[in-house]
Structure formats: structure tokens, C-alpha cells
Design a protein. Structure first.
Length: 205
């Protein structure tokens, strides 16, 4: 029986079929290009959007809020500003062109008219408006009050603005306030000048 000899022409093709196919050079890098572009471009796109879209809108909203013609004030803000203005008027001793302190006909009493202060603990939303008369037996009471009008006005505001709504709701609150003011005036004047104090207006708003 004749022995088969291997075919030399078939051997190379069998080897080619058995050899693994090598990947094309550069194929892995091409697959990563979209991911690399996303990583590189994402911060740039974010910066561009923030600078040219978000920041102009934010600045426009701030400008609109700062413009008193376009920004509508809430009632609380308006009330707070009105109270502050009223307090300034009181601190200056002005009320419709008059004085915070006025002497009376008998010469032994002094009138504080239209004193307005913010109440403590109300964030400027509530205030007290009052008019009262102080009197004493000293003949120079009016002269002393006239001479010390500014410090006595400051003492008045300090005592009244330290009050809270709870203080005013207590029974006998006016008597307590009266005693505080009398003590503060006599201390500021350095002697017992004032003996009585009478409220003619006392309004909390």
C-alpha cells in the first residue's frame, strides 16, 4: 500500500488558518477618542455656559432687585422704613416743624410731643408713639430741660426703645414706664428735678 505524502501547497494555508488574527494597529486608541473628547471638553463647555448664559442672567436679576422702580417692596419692608424715618424724626426732636420738648404756660412743666421709637425684639416692625408732660417744683426746671434738650431726648429714646411688646401688655405698664423715665431724667440732670409725668398720647402700632 502506497504511503500518502503531505501536500506542500496545503501546509501554508493550514498554518494561516490556525494563526490568530492580530488586531489592526491603532484600533484601541480610536475607540477612546470620544471619551477623551468628553473629558476635555466638558469643563470648557461648562465655563462657557456659566460665563455667557448664567452670569448675565444673574447680573440682570440683581440689577432688577436693586432698582427701586422695578423692585416691589413688601409691606414689612415698607413698614420698617417708615418706622426708621419716624424714629429719626423723633431723635432730631422734630414734629411738623415743632420741638420734641416744649415749655408750658406755668413754667414748671415740659412737654415731649410725638416721640416715636421702635420696640425691642420686633425687628423694626412695631413702634410706640407717645406724648407726655413732665413737671416739678424747681423754678429752673424749664431752663434745665432747655439746656439739656439733646441728652434728655436721647435718654427718652433709650428708655422707650428698650421696651418690648410683653412689657407694654403687662398690667400697670404705664406706671412702670413713668417711673423709669422720671428716674432717668433725674439721673441725667444730677438732682431730683422731675416729680410727675403725665401721658397724653400712648399708641402702639
Amino acid at each position: 500500500m502506497a504511503e500518502k505524502k503531505p501536500d506542500p501547497a496545503a501546509a501554508p494555508s493550514a498554518e494561516k488558518a490556525a494563526a490568530p488574527v492580530a488586531p489592526a494597529p491603532g484600533g484601541g486608541i480610536k475607540a477612546l477618542i470620544p471619551a477623551l473628547l468628553a473629558i476635555v471638553l466638558a469643563p470648557t463647555i461648562t465655563l462657557v455656559v456659566a460665563q455667557y448664559v448664567l452670569l448675565p442672567q444673574f447680573r440682570a436679576s440683581l440689577a432688577a432687585a436693586a432698582d427701586p422702580k422695578t423692585a416691589a417692596k413688601t409691606s414689612k419692608e415698607a413698614s420698617h422704613e417708615a418706622t426708621k424715618e419716624a424714629g429719626k424724626e423723633s431723635a432730631k426732636g422734630a414734629k411738623h416743624g415743632g420741638k420734641a420738648g416744649e415749655t408750658t404756660a406755668d413754667g414748671k412743666s415740659y412737654k415731649f410731643e410725638g416721640v416715636v421709637v421702635n420696640l425691642a425684639g420686633t425687628m423694626g416692625t412695631r413702634y410706640l408713639k407717645t406724648t407726655f408732660l413732665v413737671s416739678g417744683e424747681k423754678p429752673d426746671l424749664v431752663a434745665r430741660f432747655d439746656a439739656a434738650r439733646a441728652p434728655l431726648g436721647d435718654v427718652t429714646i433709650a428708655v422707650l426703645s428698650s421696651l418690648t411688646l410683653a412689657d407694654l401688655e403687662e398690667s400697670g405698664s404705664k406706671n412702670i414706664i413713668r417711673e423709669r423715665l422720671l428716674a432717668a431724667y433725674n439721673q441725667a440732670l444730677g438732682e431730683r428735678m422731675v416729680e410727675n409725668l403725665y401721658f397724653s398720647e400712648f399708641v402702639v402700632q
